[in-house]
Design a protein around this ligand. Sequence first.
Ligand code: CUA
Length: 347
Amino acid sequence: MSVQVKGRNQWWRGLGSLPRLVSLAAVGLMMQACGHYPATTFAPRSNLTQSIQDLYFEVIGWDSLILLLVVALVVLIIVRYSTRPTGRPTPPPPVFESRALEVAWVAGPALILAFIAVPSLHLVYSSQRAKPPADALIINITAHQWWWQGNYPQLGIQTANEFHIPVNRPVRFIMRSADVIHSFWIPQLGAKRDVVPGHVNEITFTPDKTGEYFGECAEFCGLGHTNMRFRVFVDSPTAFANWATDQTAPPHAPASGPARKGQMIFSTSACTPCHTIRGFSTGKIAPDLTHFASRTTFGGGTFKNTPQNVAKWITNPSAMKPGAQMPALGLSGPELKDLVAYLESLK
Ligand code: CUA
């Protein structure tokens, strides 16, 4: 028993003073605001996330006013009607029915809720208008267990887990699911949007600052859920045009060396029924590898795209990413090295 009491005392001591807690929270908020965390929602970088933040602070402002008003009224009533030293207080007469009061306590909260709901719904619908802006870049997203397929119908680009978009131009993501419910979320650019089998969902926004933005699946979708990440690169118009030109080019065809041997291994391997490399294979159930080496990550945006990681992955995918649906191909030694050399040549 005494041990418990002592432990509790130490717990309080370890917690520190209230001011320390408050300052810790303040530092945490400041770091959020500075955007040190990739999943921060306090550093908006698109018209949509900026509007969400504006609305958020507006609602907090009005809520604080209401809170102040309620606290002031409570204090006033306590001071005005509390027991006085000069005599016994008379209890107020019981109220059995008051139409005015009933209307007031239904209408008051209803008005407050409407005040929050109307601009919130307006914002939600403005991010998924039936007709996208005429100059919007369209990206079709298909969510798979556990990776993101992207196709740019206007440009003929196929990619996975990494999506480039130009700054200051509206982008419309049109989302479908190949299996279960996922949720497409880029905290700094676009609000969460569920990706539901048999249903098409959309989100439209305009990014306003170049950079690399973290995205993730925000709906539990099975074993690989935490490793279902992605990146959105907001490029300058020139950088985006260069990227698009590279992506539409045919894949690199090595003439000799390990990469050439790797190409032969790929075209006769079990990779081809699942992966596309334009001109060599047409598999559709796994990421398109035509420009695999142009991507900074793989495995659902989870691992850095380095030869070491790719070799480790091919050797045993589910050891790196539990639940990964790619089987171990049984490749090792020079064969594995050559295949990795080929994949890493596909800029
Ligand atoms: Cu997909 Cu969680």
